[in-house]
Design a protein around this ligand. Structure first.
Ligand code: GDP
Ligand code: MG
Length: 139
């Protein structure tokens, strides 16, 4: 039921660097349909909850600080095979290892400030989408 959806955030670094338009262009050109979208800023609590799976990792504090330092664009995207295809479009976590033409290769700074989030499974896509959007905000 959710297999054709994924969740994304254009992260604070990409917003600060003026890449919102270019990134949305790449997303829509790749065939993803935006079914929910907002410009917002995560609170520390939001970021800690969203990234709870990483709370034991040494970079957790840095990750929360980064993700809360400025506004983001969050969105739910629809496309056949959305999760896998979107992970391919954004590229590896570390932009130095990301393939040419991927969003992280083009717009990310480093492994921490890597421009964009993409859900890693259908289950997480559903959880993450519901964390950011109510049913009435999805069209
Ligand atoms: P993703 O699924 O490709 O986003 O990567 P992960 O789930 O492994 O990590 C989540 C996010 O944590 C990444 O997108 C980065 O923003 C951040 N991150 C990952 N590794 C590191 C690291 O070594 N140092 C720091 N500071 N942040 C990291
Ligand atoms: Mg991940």
């Amino acid at each position: 039921m959710t297999t054709n959806r994924t969740f994304t955030m254009i992260k604070p670094d990409a917003v600060e660097n003026g890449h919102i338009g270019a990134i949305l262009e790449k997303i829509t050109a790749a065939g993803f349909k935006i079914i929910a979208m907002k410009y917002t800023q995560l609170s520390v609590r939001d970021a800690q909850e969203f990234y709870a799976i990483h709370k034991e990792r040494p970079f957790f504090g840095e990750l929360v600080e980064f993700m809360t330092r400025g506004p983001i664009v969050s969105a739910i995207l629809e496309k056949e095979n959305a999760v896998e295809d979107f992970r391919a479009l954004i590229g590896a976590t570390n932009p130095a290892e990301a393939a040419e033409g991927t969003i992280r290769k083009m717009f990310a700074t480093d492994i921490a400030e890597n421009a964009i989030h993409g859900s890693d499974s259908d289950a997480n896509a559903a959880i993450e989408g519901a964390f950011h959007f109510s049913g009435r905000e999805i069209y």
